[in-house]
Design a protein around this ligand. Structure first.
Ligand code: ADP
Ligand code: UVW
Ligand code: MG
Length: 402
């Protein structure tokens, strides 16, 4: 059975095509820098021995729809494509960021499910519209395939009410579902399970802090494989500082912008989601561009990176308190896996809490597999675990369609 997985992030579209017998990856790829001046598509096909052939294209990708059209052309390309025609795919597993209180597990997509995903647009404005667009496009392109939604919010459903409730009048939760949902759950689940397995703690007591740093960023405190707290909230705007999102901010700022500066609420929402975070402080949202400026001594980039990593450090402290210690902290996603500078700034000067990073190990790491970067006397392990949301989604999709 062939399952295609579509993972639409806020700045990227990742995909993998699996032959589920033996979970063999037939091809995989990423469309990056969506919405920026120039986009990049990297497409890899694998032969029976697992050797990759890579195609890289640079072109403007104004939105996810254009990205997906390019991907389908690569999949079905007469010479290099991995499928003869679109009917070869039995199921498409879609990452959907926000499932609200509607979904706590994967589901086969129906008209009703699409309506509920649409109802959550306001809660994840950079994601759910792209996710639904992907579902509509794939329903047209892969007409014979079963479409399945896997929700970012599902893993966080184990949080206790003291973590997920906001201190606002109770009926806002009871009647309107105003609560912490948390996102990136598929990634937090995958990397925490991988770390727990790696540490030999499966079925035993375990405490892990997962740090997902992509364009969107979030952290989770995971006890015995279950999420007990997470940094994103009602929407993916909360918590850590991100590529274009502010993260934690005093809500009084919103009223100041509206009442004193005369901004419309839509514009404030746009400002906090699309013009803030690293973009707001440095003028760039892509961490590779910011790192280059940081290394050249650019003041805004230096401030931005210090703000970004200081907030991660504060959440590490908070989750060490919530869990009463940890076996490991785990860095993952585009920035977490690739940016040694961010990892070092976020996890240095934490010896008092039992965390010490080995600078040389961290510097030379090029993670394609799970790696340890702590010093010999660090009480807590510091791991880099490449996330694989696509594999997790493929397995969940296979399970649901039997
Ligand atoms: N080698 C690298 N060094 C630093 N940052 C990187 C590197 N490769 C990717 N990134 C950063 O990772 C981020 C994208 O991460 P990703 O997990 O793909 O995001 P998303 O899924 O939210 O679109 C971008 O900010 C990008 O600059
Ligand atoms: C929820 C979220 O922020 O996702 P991404 O990091 O893929 O944009
Ligand atoms: Mg992502």
């Amino acid at each position: 059975m062939k399952i295609l997985v579509i993972n639409a992030g806020s700045s990227s579209l990742k995909y993998q095509l699996f032959e589920m017998e033996g979970t063999v990856v037939l091809c995989s790829g990423i469309v990056e820098r969506i919405g920026l001046e120039s986009g990049i598509i990297t497409h890899k096909t694998f032969d029976a021995e697992g050797n990759a052939t890579k195609v890289k294209k640079e072109l403007p990708i104004p939105n996810h729809n254009v990205g997906l059209t390019e991907v389908v052309a690569l999949l079905t390309d007469g010479e290099n494509g991995v499928i003869q025609n679109t009917d070869d795919i039995q199921a498409v597993g879609h990452r959907v960021v926000h499932g609200g209180e509607f979904f706590n597990k994967p589901t086969v997509i129906t008209t009703e499910v699409k309506e509920k995903i649409r109802e959550c647009f306001q809660l994840a404005p950079l994601h759910n519209p792209a996710n639904l667009q992907g579902i509509e496009d794939c329903t047209n392109i892969f007409a014979k395939a079963t479409q399945v939604a896997v929700f970012d919010t599902a893993f966080h459903q184990t949080m206790p009410s003291k973590s997920y409730r906001y201190a606002v009048p109770a009926e806002l939760y009871e009647k309107n579902g105003v609560r912490v949902y948390g996102m990136h759950g598929t990634s937090h689940k995958y990397v925490s399970e991988t770390a727990i397995d790696y540490l030999g703690l499966k079925g035993k007591n375990s405490k892990v802090i997962t740090i997902h740093l992509g364009n969107g960023c979030s952290m989770s405190a995971v006890r015995n494989g279950e999420c007990i707290d997470t940094s994103m909230g009602f929407s993916p705007l909360d918590g850590l500082m991100m590529g274009t999102r502010s993260g934690d901010i005093d809500p009084a700022v919103v009223f100041y912008l509206i009442d004193k500066l005369g901004m419309k609420s839509d514009d404030v929402y746009d400002l906090l989601n699309k013009k803030s975070g690293m973009l707001g402080i440095t003028g760039d949202s892509d961490m590779r561009d910011i790192e280059a400026r940081f290394n050249a001594g650019d003041e805004a980039a230096i401030l931005g990176l210090h703000m970004y990593t200081y907030r991660i450090k504060k959440y590490i402290g908070a989750y060490l308190a919530a869990l009463n210690g940890a076996d490991a902290i785990v860095f993952t996603a585009g920035v977490g896996e690739n940016d040694h500078g961010v990892r070092l700034l976020a996890a240095n000067d934490l010896e008092h809490l039992g965390i010490a990073v080995d600078v040389a190990k961290n510097d030379k790491l090029r993670a394609s597999d799970i790696e340890e970067i702590q010093t010999a006397d660090s009480k807590i392990k510091v791991l880099v675990v490449p996330t694989n949301e696509e594999l997790e989604i493929a397995l969940l999709t296979q399970k649901i369609i039997g």
